[in-house]
Unconditional design. Sequence first.
Length: 62
Amino acid sequence: MDSGWILVVIFGLIAVLAAIGTVQTFKNKEVLGFLFNFGTLAIFGAFAVATAITQGFPASLH
């Protein structure tokens, strides 16, 4: 069983939570929290998209 779709879901959930945290820290004007949340959003969002492209979502049956 291919675990590529599990990675897409995990990376996507982390990216969504980082997006929520980015908005909250931006509203509270917390610079360091904003930077870490935005960095997490960018990295895990890119991983989610790259994994979905390479592994396929939903995973194709071979």
